[in-house]
Design a protein around this ligand. Structure first.
Ligand code: UTP
Length: 218
């Protein structure tokens, strides 16, 4: 299958949302081929916060985050009955894809998030789409907590970059993509579909190229 790379946001690993994760695993397990990149979720957040309290440098916080993403990737991999190692680089992931038609990975190196990993993997595998399965249903034209925030169904790469840097949104406001990911997407013309993990039918519509509810960045 030449389907999209699927980026499973860390939020789906929270205890409260476990059912969505288990259902996703059940469903993706029916596919013969898939490329999954898995986020760090609460484990990453908690362990990074603990290390930060004792003054660890950002590099080491990232290293901790990467370990959490790989732990989650191992869980998904084992749940799917795969015994391959979780690849630690894009090159390794590409080799696994060629050998087994499946790959499940977490982070690679410090300095970015698994969103960027999913875009790099899409580049390396020559895929034209990344489906970002996350905890928001759409991008909004401002912080979705602000009254009157409007859903955005389609947006250009530069429009999304502008959104991230917009003052309206405020520093640290939750945004499902970062600028590095958008730049990689733009240079290789990879479309990014943002969908909420809470509606599985919709997630698989996005994955199989059907009309879906969510935001497309292209
Ligand atoms: P995530 O990809 O889950 O980060 O990686 P995130 O975007 O902060 O989390 P979600 O998607 O909103 O839940 C967790 C952390 O691991 C490190 C970063 O510190 C990141 O914040 N990381 C991850 C890396 O340093 N490199 C990687 O390739 C991946």
């Amino acid at each position: 299958m030449n389907g999209p790379v699927i980026s499973l946001g860390g939020s789906i690993f929270s205890k409260n949302d476990e059912n969505y994760l288990l259902k996703f695993i059940e469903r993706i397990g029916k596919e013969e081929s898939y490329a999954l990149v898995v986020g760090g979720g609460p484990v990453a957040r908690d362990e990074i916060a603990r290390l930060r309290k004792i003054g660890a440098k950002e590099y080491y916080l990232d290293m901790m985050g990467i370990q959490a993403t790989r732990l989650n990737a191992s869980m998904v991999s084992l749940a799917l009955g795969n015994l391959m190692e979780v690849p630690e680089s894009i090159d390794e992931a590409v080799r696994q894809m060629k050998l087994y038609k499946r790959v499940i990975m977490g982070g690679t190196e410090p300095g970015h998030t698994t969103d960027a990993v999913s875009l790099l993997l899409a580049e390396a595998l020559n895929r034209d789409t990344v489906v970002n399965v996350t905890n928001v249903d759409y991008l909004y034209d401002r912080d979705p907590k602000i009254n009157g925030a409007k859903k955005v169904e389609n947006i250009s790469y530069s429009g999304a970059v502008e959104m991230i840097t917009s003052e309206k949104r405020g520093a640290g406001a939750n945004f499902p993509l970062d600028i590095l990911s958008l730049n990689i997407a733009r240079r290789s013309n990879i479309g990014i579909k943002i969908v909420s993990f809470r509606d599985q039918e919709n997630v698989f519509k996005a994955i199989t190229g059907k009309k879906f509810k969510g935001t497309t960045v292209s």
